[in-house]
Design a protein around this ligand. Structure first.
Ligand code: COA
Length: 172
């Protein structure tokens, strides 16, 4: 069946903060989703640095996750990934909504990310959500032949009337 005709299962998934116990499941998805995946150390370091990191799970199986770093003025989305067999079902959009809500809660006015030049699907998704391309990092990513450029994309976020400047990771 065409995935687009299926009802979205996104609302049935549970969202929670990523922990060290999730890293095996997260790495299994990461290595399926990318030719040059993050390492176990990248995830451990991100959790140790208390970056925002959450998973979506379905029947106790992790199906998607993100890692994001809150800066002084902006939120930097470092990783957003959906298990290949669960892509196109709205999970990516949901996680982008969540990251955006975290940024706004913290009073941050910009959401930033880098994406491979060749990742047409992700770039199109970000453009549809209102991101604009604001820069280029040449030879940023490893690639099968040499290196590949990153496109830097930025989304301006509306100001919240009362941001929660205490910080800390609460589910939004
Ligand atoms: C990019 C990525 C995170 C997007 O997540 P996703 O869950 O596949 O995306 P969504 O389903 O939310 O939306 C993407 C597409 O599905 C469609 N869609 C959204 N909700 C849907 C639903 N309920 N049913 C069917 N299709 C849906 C969207 O219209 C969109 O259309 P497209 O296929 O033409 O792009 C995911 O594809 C992924 O992990 N890719 C590999 C890793 C990667 O590239 N990460 C980003 C690095 S910057």
């Amino acid at each position: 069946m065409n995935a687009r005709l299926q009802p979205s299962p996104s609302a049935d998934t549970t969202r929670r903060v990523m922990s060290l116990n999730d890293i095996d499941a997260v790495l299994a998805i990461e290595t399926q989703a990318y030719s040059f995946p993050w390492t176990r150390g990248n995830f451990i370091d991100s959790l140790a640095a208390t970056y925002l990191a959450e998973v979506l799970e379905d029947d106790s199986q992790v199906v998607a996750y993100f890692v994001a770093m809150a800066g002084v003025d902006e939120m930097h989305l470092l990783n957003v990934t959906v298990a290949p067999h669960r892509q196109g079902q709205g999970h990516g959009q949901r996680l982008l909504d969540v990251v955006q809500a975290h940024a706004q809660r913290l009073g941050l006015r910009t959401l930033l990310l880098e994406v491979r030049r060749s990742n047409a699907r992700a770039r199109a998704l970000y453009l549809r959500r209102g991101f604009v391309e604001v820069g280029l990092r040449r030879h940023y990513y490893p690639a099968p032949q040499g290196r590949e450029d990153a496109i830097v994309m930025s989304l301006a976020l509306p100001e919240l009337a009362r941001p929660d400047t205490e910080g800390g990771h609460v589910l939004v």
